[in-house]
Structures are given as structure tokens and as C-alpha cells.
Design a binder for this molecule. Sequence first.
Ligand code: DAH
Length: 339
Amino acid sequence: MKDKLKKIQEQAMKQIDAAKEMGSLNDVKVSILGKKGELTSVLKGMKDVAPEDRPKVGALVNETRESIEKHLQEAKEKMEAKELEYRLSTESIDVTLPGTKVKHGSKHPNAKVLDEVERIFVGMGYEVVEGPEVEFDYYNFEALNIPPNHPAKDEQDTFYINKDILLRTQTSPVQVHQMEKGKLPIRMIAPGRVFRSDEVDATHSPSFHQIEGMVIDKNVTFADLKGTLEEFAKELFGDDVKVKFRPHHFPFTEPSAEVDVSCFKCGGKGCRFCKGEGWIEILGCGMVHPKVLKMSGIDPDEYQGFAFGVGLERITLLKYEIDDMRLLYENDSRFLSQF
Ligand code: DAH
């Protein structure tokens, strides 16, 4: 019996020493100490041992088991230490390596200019409002004093959805929506997309953006219009810029004007940028026509107002000296990443 136990122990030690991984260490454990293990079967054979010998044999079996278990435990700890060492050496992080670059997006130049325009007018106490892109003929034309036979209403210029509904050709109908709300005074700007059936070229697109502006209050005069738009132009293009009001005609304003700024490239001498003119047109404006006020329920004897309309793309092209409007719509990241 003693010899048998010794043999089992020797064999177990050998197998434990030979084990190269946790799995095989476990196999050794099961084959010796497990339910059907060698040592376990010796224990089961105890019943055949003479009763007086049992304590001795029992102690011997226990000793053997303990020494095998101890050896197993040591082998396991060694293996775990080795594994940890290996993981630490292979999983170490080199903090001096360059990181993965994150590509930064940037704002579209149109959005940047719109932010700037909104900042200027909000600073003067204006509210930013919006109106629908699909509009009734009434709001886009009739309520703005544009008669039924006006050339702008031609199907060649306007995208009609049906006889009464169209894609707005200007942001001016937002003026009417705002007046109809009946809350006075009004100080608003309304940026948004507009549509005209134009062929695409360097200065035209069937869809572009305008920023409408309107003030309605008591005792509003053309001087207020001039002062406001002069301030706007200077904030947008710089203090040195000169502003000129040229008489013009719009059906919804009377009197009407177009505003030019002195060319900020040549200072007004005339260059390629301003086509030799020294001046660049930036917007249309005027005093709100009494008929327009009346149609929206405002008494023109009590209230007056001024309005203006700015082409957003036009300002963007000027501000960033871009010479082709198509660049603003193509979303070429090589172009956009410059802003
Ligand atoms: N709606 C005009 C256009 O699309 C621009 C405009 C001119 C708007 C004068 C105005 C204005 O509010 O007063 O050409």
C-alpha cells in the first residue's frame, strides 16, 4: 500500500511538473484527486484494509493527498504569475505613440454668414422668425401687392404646385405672416430657403437663401431704415465701408431702394471684383407700402415700417471672395474644410 501511494505521488509530481497550461494542470488534478481519480480509488479501497491498520494507512493517504495538493497549488501560482507577466509585457501601452487623428468638421460658409447676420440684428433687438417654404400664392404675391399679371408670377420663374400653391420665390411672405399675427411693434428677420426656376450657373441656382427683415412701429421713417442698414453693412463688412442707397422699385415698398457698399477689395477705386464699378449691390429695401400694411390689417395712418431682403449666398460669395455659387452647393470637403 505504501509503495502504491508513493508511486501515485511520484507520478503526480511528474505530471504536475510537465503541465504547461492551466488545462493540463486541471487534468492532472482530476485524474488523481477527482471522483474517479487514482488516490480516491485508494481511499475507496480502505474497507479492505485491516481495521487496526486503517489509521496509519489513512494518515498516509492524507499526507499523500496534501503533498499533491500543495504541489498543484504551487504549480498553479507559478503559472498564473507567468501569465500575468506575459500579459503585462504584451499589453503595455506606448504613451509616446501619436494618437488617432479626429477629423474636425467645419461650418458651411453660408451658415457662418447667417450666424453673423443674426448676431447683428439680434443685437439690435430683432427676433428671428421662420415661415413655410411651400406657400400660398396669396402670401408670396398678392398680399405683397404683386398683381396677377406681374412677370415674377410667370411659370418660368415660379415653381407652382397648383394654381394657388407654390414654392416661395422670396422670404417676403414671412412679413405678411408676422403682420397677420397682429402683435405690434414688429422687429424681425426671417432667414430661409427660396426657389426660382433658374438654370444653374456661377450666380444662379433654383434654390438659394434670403434673409428678410421688417420693422413696424409708430413714427418709423426712411432715416431709421438708412441708419439700420448702414450699421448692418459696417458690422458685416467693416467700419471703412461706405453705403449708398439707390432708388429702385419693388411692389411691396414705397419708396424703394437698393443698397450698395463700397468695394471692400479696392476701397471704391474699381477692380475686377466690383467689375470696375467701385460699388457692390447687397440688398433691396424700402418703406412698407401702405397697401401691404392695410391688407394685413394694420392701419397705415398709425403704423409705418421698413423692410429689406438680403441674398445670403451673395453676401457669402462677397465676404469670402468666392467666384462661383455652385461651390456652395457641391459639398466638396476640399472646399468646405477651408472655412
Ligand atoms: N423680395 C425681394 C426679392 O426677392 C427682396 C426685397 C426687396 C425684400 C425689398 C424686401 C424689400 O423686403 O423691402 O428680390
